[in-house]
Design a binder for this molecule. Sequence first.
Ligand code: URA
Length: 235
Amino acid sequence: MRPIKTLERVLSKAGIGSRTEARKWIGEGRVRVNGRVVRDGDQWIDLKRDRVAFDGKPLGKTERVYLLFYKPKGYLTTYRDPQGRPTIYDLLPNQDRYLFPVGRLDLDTSGLLILTNDTAFAERLTNPDYKVPKTYLVKASKPITDAQLQQLRDGVELRDGATRPANVRRIAANKFEITITEGRNRQVRRMVEVFGAKVLKLVRVAIGRIRIGDLKIGKVRELTQQELKGLRTED
Ligand code: URA
């Protein structure tokens, strides 16, 4: 973490709330810097020197949380939806700690999502340079030929460029598993649409070596130390 940040950012990085919430709390006078109430979220804070307190409690090192969540379809991965549609936050236990998803899943996609309050970890995992593989189970609206599966392996041309090589395993005439190392917007759906087919069902069944296993849909569990280590060293 860089030592100089705005007060608003210090609060959100500490994992206690979003930037918007932090700004609101600062405005309400709930935040003190070196003992004095500060109502300006843009004030610069030197983390090595300044003491920041929220509701009278010094901001210590917030415990890092890493959860694995099995997202059902029909839920957005955003915090709040202006249209009032359901979000994953409707399903999460312990609402008083602020966690955010690592990457996104479409409204109609189900499957694994990692939730954390560790921004550095999240940035690393979503950075395409680190190539953390994600595996999706795809059901297409029509049979996909062997030649088309091979095209998916080699890379298909999308409007934002060719896709990277992928692993693909056939399951049925119109079903396959694909492992990709990028996370472009609606990538798997767009890859299948190249063949004039639609994706009828999309489930993220693995992130790196972590698979759904016994996790029930709509539920969370903590990532194990071993899983975390695996994600940090995945290539
Ligand atoms: N690819 C998609 O098309 N959608 C997702 O949600 C994830 C990957």
